[in-house]
Design a protein around this ligand. Structure first.
Ligand code: ACM
Length: 546
């Protein structure tokens, strides 16, 4: 080879190939970066030879199982593999009946028993890649790993011969997007869903309502969107006192048709959507539309500033009718079993000053306003249970008497999970300290305006999902983890992406990969190829410091 006239990138890849060949020769069980460049890192990777499956030209996918959901998934996978890789000229799907004499074929075996729901195995040979799984979800995960292997080996045009055995540590691997503080288009939400799927995140928690805007069409309550989705302006940076606004109206909501479209789009990508209606606090937008649901005469406005607001829903029968009607429409729109009903940051001052609330307390034998929160949550949870659904609430609901069937989303110290589990709850971990991607990720003087604290790429990666002192069955009550993105200071698509990537990759590895297989240096070394992919997809990100 004449390296004199080669582009630097090509020389680098030849050098890398040379080094990895030296490392791999005579060493069958190596865990080399070049082969295992998948994020989240796969749990078992054995490389047999560094040069293997050639993917320059045409690829074939041979299906041994022609069930419709699998066919749909494979059709999408084929299209994605083709569009990710310019050197692949075509991806053809061959069905059961046809033979597989062609080279460069991906064979999808009949489903097998004995695999966990999301588990898969990939056997990458010279001419054939074999996928084995027990379900469509498992096969989907195999396709995402394959997509990443193609993307990260593009410079070579072939994959190492290897065996991969892989399954997730947690069944809930989520991302929360706050679309209330700033509204994001269907197109942008779909773009994020595409990336979540590629990195094996499978739950989108859609924070659809808050003090600063109601973002979902509800047939029975048109004022929620006519009034509640619009605010006349937004606080400028952190100018709380004296208040300075930007003078620019902010508005937007999703129609029911758009919601259905996004739910379907996510489902095709193995992602369930959990809608959140945050009540009884964070409800200024509801109260601006329907002031009769408050405990004070108002007036109420869709808020133009951030923080905890005193305006909360009154626990009246009128409010319960309103909420159960809204939940009925949500149950119809969102097929996944969980619905998030908020519960964070509820100042009860307005309840203390209200006669009907005091009457309710006497009736129920309550001595503190806080106890009403338990009553409030148990009623909503019961309503959902009767419709085959379950409620999720933020961890403040642990301070009140709620039934064990409510799932708790931990956002304070993750150790709170222990007491939640002891009380019989399932939990999802999104501790602010490590999982709030709206926090700064570098020097506050040079980074764009963000919230209080610092979560670097490394600290996100090194944060652990482990909670000390849990036995095996208590451990099972941790459904998984979630990255969360609050958007007070994030108003554009590119800023949203900048805050998410690559820290979201680090968290996805925490949710998927067994702690004993994680390695920050390997993760960091794998990143450049993934960041190049983001660049090619026009996704913004924070460049990594070398
Ligand atoms: C929260 O961060 N208020 C859940």
């Amino acid at each position: 080879m004449n390296i004199e006239f080669m582009p630097i990138k090509k020389i680098k890849s030849y050098l890398l190939l040379l080094i990895s060949t030296v490392l791999v020769i005579g060493c069958n069980d190596s865990d080399t970066l070049q082969g295992n460049s998948v994020i989240p890192k796969v749990n078992a990777y054995t490389e047999h030879a560094s040069k293997g499956f050639d993917f320059n030209g045409e690829l074939f996918i041979h299906l041994k199982n022609n069930e419709q959901p699998l066919l749909d998934m494979v059709a999408l996978g084929a299209q994605q593999i083709k569009s990710d890789n310019p050197q692949i000229s075509n991806v053809s799907i061959i069905n059961q009946a046809e033979n597989t004499s062609s080279s460069s074929t991906i064979v999808l075996n009949d489903f097998v028993s004995g695999f966990q729901e999301e588990e898969y195995q990939l056997e990458i040979g010279k001419d054939i890649i074999t996928i084995t799984a027990g379900t469509v979800k498992g096969a989907f995960n195999a396709f995402q790993t394959l997509r990443q292997l193609f993307i990260t080996n593009q410079d070579n045009g072939y994959l190492p011969q290897a065996t991969i055995d892989d399954f997730p540590s947690y069944s809930y691997r989520g991302l929360m997007l706050d679309v209330s503080r700033h509204f994001f288009s269907v197109e942008q939400v779909k773009k994020i869903i595409d990336l979540m799927a590629l990195y094996k995140l499978n739950k989108l928690h859609w924070h659809l309502t808050d003090d600063q805007g109601w973002r979902i069409e509800i047939d029975q309550y048109p004022l929620l969107t006519d009034i509640g989705s619009y605010r006349p302006e937004t606080i400028l940076e952190k100018n709380f006192d004296p208040f300075i606004g930007d003078g620019t109206p902010h508005f937007g909501f999703y129609t029911k048709e758009e919601i259905r479209e996004v739910v379907q789009y996510a489902k095709q990508r193995n992602i369930d959507i959990i809608p959140e209606i945050d009540v009884p606090g964070h409800s200024s937008a509801i109260l601006a539309a329907y002031p009769e649901l408050g405990c004070t005469p108002g007036p109420y406005d869709v808020s133009t500033r951030w923080g905890i607001h005193a305006e909360i829903l009154c626990p009246s029968e009128e409010t319960f009718t309103f909420l159960t009607n809204v939940l009925t429409e949500l149950v119809d729109l969102f097929p996944y079993e969980y619905i998030h009903i908020g519960g964070d940051e509820v100042p009860t001052r307005h309840w203390q000053q209200n006669e009907s609330v005091q009457l309710l307390m006497a009736e129920q034998g309550f001595t503190e306003e806080k106890q009403i929160l338990g009553y409030f949550y148990n009623r909503l949870n019961q309503f959902l249970l009767e419709r085959g659904r379950k409620a999720i609430g933020w961890d403040e609901i642990l301070e009140v008497d709620i039934t064990g069937q409510t799932n708790v989303m931990i956002w304070h110290e993750k150790e709170l999970a222990k007491s939640a589990i002891e009380k019989g709850h399932h939990v999802i971990l999104t501790p602010a300290k490590t999982n709030y991607l709206n926090y700064y990720q570098g020097n506050q003087n040079t980074e764009p305006l963000a919230q209080c604290c610092l979560i670097t790429l490394e600290s996100a990666y090194q944060s652990s999902m482990e909670i000390e002192g849990l036995n095996e069955s208590e451990q099972q009550k941790i459904l998984g983890g979630q990255a969360s993105l609050w958007t007070e200071y994030i108003s554009t698509n590119s800023h949203m992406e900048y805050m998410l990537f690559p820290r979201l990759f680090a968290l996805s590895e925490n949710f998927w990969t067994k702690p004993e297989h994680k390695n920050f240096q390997q993760f960091k070394d794998a990143l450049p190829a993934h960041l190049s992919y983001l660049e090619a997809q026009q996704v913004n990100f924070k460049p990594i410091e070398r």
